[in-house]
Design a protein around this ligand. Structure first.
Ligand SMILES: Nc1ncnc2c1ncn2[C@@H]1O[C@H](COP(=O)(O)OP(=O)(O)O)[C@@H](O)[C@H]1O
Ligand SMILES: [Mg+2]
Length: 454
């Protein structure tokens, strides 16, 4: 124990320490009960360590009253006072008075520890989340080993540790944002913020205050200064998504920031300097936008320093199955399901579809399949109709009810045979039918049972 605060003592008191149980004060803290010493000169237990000479030097007899400070039922300290000795003093009253003060202190302590614990919890959570983010955007979590993706990885590795502006191009859903994260978390700025602004999602008037911030009173409703995303990203990375949709005025301002690395907040004169690495992305044909006068050529040259093209999913078919399995695992966990595999016909449907929405569409298709899947195998009929029609794939013609049912039946039988390792009797049992019918269907669908024997 040590003295946290005192009145009437010199600074030396601050250096004095007690063990719990030691002396009168130590006993108060140990027992949680008040102690009254009417005449300190007669109390051998008093160590006089804290008050030292002061108490001894005073010629007059001194009384000492000490009460515990109790937080959540546990004594956490004590408060004591020296009083001039008076015969017949009402010590009860003094004890009560000190106890009231002690309980007020206890309340303050309680609030303080609560706030400190809350702050610590937030700090811990923040560290944990940062760690998780970094892990999520680790290269290991980007799926795909097709040649086009390998080229992407190589480019990311080349550029990540530099400060070069990166332009990510490719159709919607090809993974541009994911690559932007990967670049940040593999850069020297990984511990600093990654800030995203979607230029398409914000109305023109809002985007500038979003990017550059504003001063108090810059416009009605600007009640206090607000930092823009450029400032928030200081030291880190700013990701401008859908840059092709940026309006002409803001394009001019952005160009200036890129050239001079400084800007003013809206309604302000102060120049703000920032150290920001820029990554931009778009699905638009920027060259076409330039000829049509929608995108500034000078800005384009500033942004087009290191360009990474994200290949559409249909140009990297080998990745489809890998991604599908990755998403099955993800959504299996999310929806608390157990999925063993994707059936062969379903795989065929997935790999022959042209995926206009790319990886995002595949992710959605798999989530839906996991949700509607009533067994532990994903079948063709768990996939949305777009994958089953002629428009959706080059190989399948539009399904009639009869052929849809046949395809479902074939799926079920193949599956049962797989589980029964090619044994028709077992397959029949699993499907609650006879071996004769299974035999007939196997012939009808031209299923090769030997495939399933292991
Ligand atoms: N190679 C990949 N591996 C794993 N997930 C991916 C991959 N590419 C894209 N995704 C996922 O697909 C979705 C769309 O990706 P996103 O980066 O937002 O695309 P974009 O920004 O190009 O529209 C996201 O949920 C992302 O995690
Ligand atoms: Mg995107």
């Amino acid at each position: 124990m040590r003295a946290e605060a005192s009145y009437g003592l010199n600074d030396d008191a601050r250096r004095v320490t007690y063990r719990v149980g030691e002396g009168v004060v130590g006993r108060v803290v140990q027992s949680g009960k008040p102690v009254v010493v009417p005449q300190t000169s007669r109390e051998p237990l008093l160590l006089n360590r804290l008050v030292g000479q002061a108490r001894i030097n005073s010629r007059k007899e001194v009384s000492f009253v000490c009460v515990p400070i109790v937080v959540n039922g546990k004594p956490q300290g004590a408060i004591g006072a020296d009083l001039v000795y008076k015969e017949g003093r009402d010590y009860d009253r003094t004890t009560k008075f000190l106890s009231v003060i002690a309980s007020m202190m206890a309340q303050a302590l309680k609030v303080e520890t609560f706030i400190a614990a809350d702050k610590q919890r937030l700090l811990d959570e923040n560290i944990h989340l940062k760690h998780e983010l970094r892990e999520r955007y680790d290269f290991g979590h980007i799926v795909g080993n097709s040649n086009p993706m390998r080229q992407v990885y190589e480019q990311v590795t080349q550029v990540a540790r530099t400060n070069t502006t990166v332009l990510l191009r490719g159709e919607s859903g090809t993974g541009k944002e994911m690559i932007a994260h990967a670049i940040h978390y593999n850069s020297l700025r990984a511990a600093k913020p990654f800030v995203k602004v979607s230029c398409a999602a914000l109305p023109e008037t809002l985007i500038e205050s979003e990017l550059f911030g504003y001063e108090k009173g810059a416009f009605t409703g600007a009640q206090a200064r607000k930092k823009g995303r450029f400032e928030l990203a200081d030291g880190g990375t700013l990701f401008l998504d859908e840059i092709g949709d940026l309006n002409p005025q803001t394009q001019v301002k952005l160009l200036r920031v890129l050239q001079e690395r400084e800007f003013e907040r809206l309604g302000g004169l102060e120049t703000v300097k920032v150290n920001v690495r820029l990554i931009v992305a778009t699905h638009k044909d920027l060259e076409k936008a330039i000829t049509e006068g929608e995108f500034r050529e000078d800005l384009y040259y500033r942004l087009n320093v290191f360009t990474i093209f994200m290949p559409p999913l249909r140009e990297r078919r080998p990745d489809i199955l890998l991604l599908a399995e990755h998403f099955v695992e993800k959504f299996e966990r999310e929806h608390h399901k157990r999925i063993k595999r994707i059936s062969t016909p379903a795989i065929d449907m997935l790999t022959s579809y042209h995926w206009p929405g790319n990886v995002r569409e595949l992710e959605n298709v798999i989530e839906r399949a996991v949700v509607v899947c009533e067994s532990n195998v994903i079948h063709g009929h768990h996939l949305p109709p777009t994958l089953q029609t002629a428009e959706g794939s080059d190989t399948l013609t539009r399904l009639s009810l009869a052929s849809a049912i046949e395809s479902y039946e074939r799926d079920l039988i193949q599956d049962a045979l797989k589980t029964g390792r090619g044994n028709r009797a077992k397959a029949a049992k699993l499907l609650d039918t006879t071996e004769r019918i299974i035999g007939y269907k196997v012939k009808k669908y031209n299923i090769n049972c030997d495939r399933f024997r292991v």
